[in-house]
Design a protein around this ligand. Structure first.
Ligand code: ADP
Length: 614
């Protein structure tokens, strides 16, 4: 028997694991299964390059109950030689682990939650076992060896027996680990962490048999495959049918509907990874909750790492479901490390590009599907306009708007196509209801000129437009703001008398208005309300209030009057102060009404209107 001392870094790691990881001790199984899968990968690779056949490649788990509980994980992979056993299990093989350890501060070492996210390799076994035995036979060797240790400083290596190549790891479970000698525990953990390992995982267990009266008549030994072993995303696209993708989606997402579409990408080169994204047919229920559950799962070489990382994709893509599987990340990757990890950020950047590119393609090739997509996800995409500056130009092409001129949705590019030759800007109007906006008196002069106006009814539209700035070289101007007036080339000089009536009405309305202006763009209506260029519109103020945003100071609207209108003319001519006051008040309230905003005091409005009618 050989007795050897662990290298000091192993002793350090063992201490760290044992002290920090108890709340996540179940990850030991994920680590051991992942190692087995790697060993199988290596043998498979060898068999492919050297042209030999192997038995079914598999992982077997068994356990013993009773006083001496054990758990055994066995693979028929590449195995380890005597020297490899000593080298791999006596030192820390993975350079990432070493670095990770070196970088941890004392404080981090004592934070079990932090460390719980990490993969820690083979040594995690010592959290649940007082002794670990590894019997291994390397491929092509005729000798097997047994490595054994209690995880305290020393280990031994002996000659052993093993029929064919592979590795069998037996854990002699300690008090903390004895719960894992249980069929349901194992099945659950495998489902949670290792379901998509490419090799089948079999669990052996004994099941009682019963007679009619439920008396135990004996036990039956069963071996059952407990993972789906599909790792569908790792298979080549040409092998897969749409149905395979849809089934996979429904099995993994709890959605009963097929996705709108999916995007399967295998990236090779500097960073190797596979992504499989699904766009659900219906927006996830929690899409607008601050504590939404992210839909993308991170795997490293098919081993599940996390489904709770909101950084995998930008928040505006939170409706995307699916998988990112990296070849290059270490298993021991934590949330904190992920955020600064170069590999991860390269995957993220490329994934966003891929998704946006695919959305674009669909918008061009399958407008019907794109409309379904937009009906669900237009709003989150708009958020992207102020969250993701780098992809703003692409996002500008993807978002859609309703319009005064066309049915359904339009893109900015289509709007630009339809623009009149003398039109200077893109016009839009914001408000709560599409129908109200469509009928707004503000649109009449635009309609006359044949200028199209985008109808913006999303609560975030004003915010979005604010950060959008321009589309190509075109300004976006709100029809219901004062500066849209400037674009009317035939701006008439405002006559002195007209200015006077504006002042008269302003005086009558007091602080209910910010200003009263003579309009150059109204016909057929007496007045409209607009917002001063930097103020939110009245509709938007209402919307924000309805959404519970109360902190905002209310800003009074600007009243734009049509000096040609007989009612306005009547005010201009009147000397009767009561009439001027009532008429001005009614003028403002009916302008508000036609924008879908209730007058402050509806009863008073009715009374005043009545008095004007008799
Ligand atoms: P990591 O898997 O991160 O490299 P581990 O501590 O889990 O670190 O394992 C150390 C090394 O031991 C592995 O890199 C591998 O070479 C070897 N090893 C572990 N388990 C097995 C196994 N089941 N079959 C073959 N080799 C193994």
């Amino acid at each position: 028997m050989e007795r050897k001392q662990f290298k000091t870094e192993v002793t350090d790691l063992l201490q760290l694991i044992i002290h920090s990881l108890y709340s996540h001790k179940e990850i030991f199984l994920r680590e051991l299964i992942s190692n087995a899968s790697d060993a199988l990968d290596k043998l498979r690779y060898k068999s492919l390059t050297e042209n030999f056949t192997t038995d079914e490649m598999r992982i077997d788990i068994s356990f013993t109950e009773g006083d001496k509980r054990t758990l055994t994980i066995s693979d028929n992979g590449i195995g380890m030689t005597h020297d490899e056993l000593s080298e791999n299990l006596g030192t820390i093989a993975h350079s990432g682990t070493k670095k990770f350890l070196a970088n941890l501060t004392e404080e981090q070492k004592s934070d079990s939650n932090l460390i719980g996210q990490f993969g820690v390799g083979f040594y995690a076994a010592f959290m649940v076992a007082e002794k670990v035995e590894v019997v291994s036979k390397a491929w092509g060797s005729d000798k097997a060896y047994k490595w054994a240790s209690d995880g305290r400083e020393k280990y031994t290596i002996d000659e052993a027996e093993r029929e064919s190549c592979g590795t069998t790891i037996t854990l002699y479970l300690n008090e903390e680990g004895k719960e894992y000698a249980n069929r349901w525990q194992i099945e659950n953990l495998v489902k949670q962490y290792s379901d998509h390992i490419a090799y089948p995982i079999y669990l052996a267990y004994d099941q009682n048999t019963y007679d009619d009266k439920y008396n135990v008549t004996g036990t039956e030994h069963k071996v059952e495959k407990i993972n789906s072993a599909s790792a569908l995303w790792r298979r080549s696209k040409s092998e897969l049918k749409e149905e395979d993708y849809n089934d996979f989606y429904k099995n993994t997402s709890y959605d009963t509907e097929n996705p709108l579409f999916y995007i399967h990408t295998k990236a090779e080169g500097a960073t190797e990874y596979t992504t499989l994204f699904f766009i659900p047919a219906k927006a996830p229920m929690d899409m607008y909750h601050a504590d939404y559950k992210p839909g993308v799962k991170l795997y490293v070489r098919r081993v599940y790492i996390t489904d709770d990382d909101k950084e995998l994709l930008p928040t505006y893509l939170r409706f995307v479901r699916g998988i990112i599987d990296s070849e290059d990340l270490p298993l021991n990757v934590s949330r904190e490390i992920l955020q600064q990890n170069k590999v991860m950020s390269a995957i993220r950047t490329a994934s966003v590009k891929k998704l946006l590119g695919e959305f674009k393609k669909i918008s061009e090739q399958n407008p019907e599907l794109y409309t379904k997509f937009i009906e669900q996800y237009n709003r989150p995409l708009k958020e992207g306009l102020y969250q993701d500056y780098a992809n703003r130009d692409d996002l500008l092409e993807l978002v859609r708007f309703k319009s005064s001129e066309v049915e359904g949705y339009t893109s900015l590019a289509q709007y630009k196509e339809r623009m009149k030759s003398d039109q200077k800007s893109i016009y839009y109007i914001t408000g709560a209801a599409e129908e109200t906006l469509k009928n707004s008196p503000l649109l009449s002069s635009y309609k006359e000129k044949g200028y199209e106006v985008l109808l913006m009814t999303d609560d975030i539209d004003e915010l979005v437009i604010g950060s959008m700035g321009k589309y190509k070289d075109l300004d976006l101007k709100a029809v219901n703001k004062t500066d849209a007036m400037d674009d009317f080339a035939d701006k008439k000089k405002v006559a002195k008398e007209d200015k006077k009536v504006a002042e008269k009405i302003k005086k009558a309305l007091g602080d209910r208005v910010k200003d009263v202006k003579v309009s150059s763009r109204l016909s057929g209506v007496s007045a409209v309300v607009v917002a001063d260029s930097n103020d939110p519109t009245v509709q938007m103020q209402q919307l924000l209030k309805a959404m519970g945003q109360t902190g905002m100071p209310e800003s009074a609207p600007v009243l734009e009057i049509n000096a040609e209108d007989p009612f306005v003319k009547k005010i201009a001519l009147s000397e009767d102060e009561t009439f001027v006051a009532d008429a001005s008040s009614v003028l403002l309230d009916q302008a508000l009404l036609s924008e879908g905003v209730m007058p402050k005091n509806p009863a008073e409005f009715a009374v005043k209107l009545h008095s004007l009618l008799i």
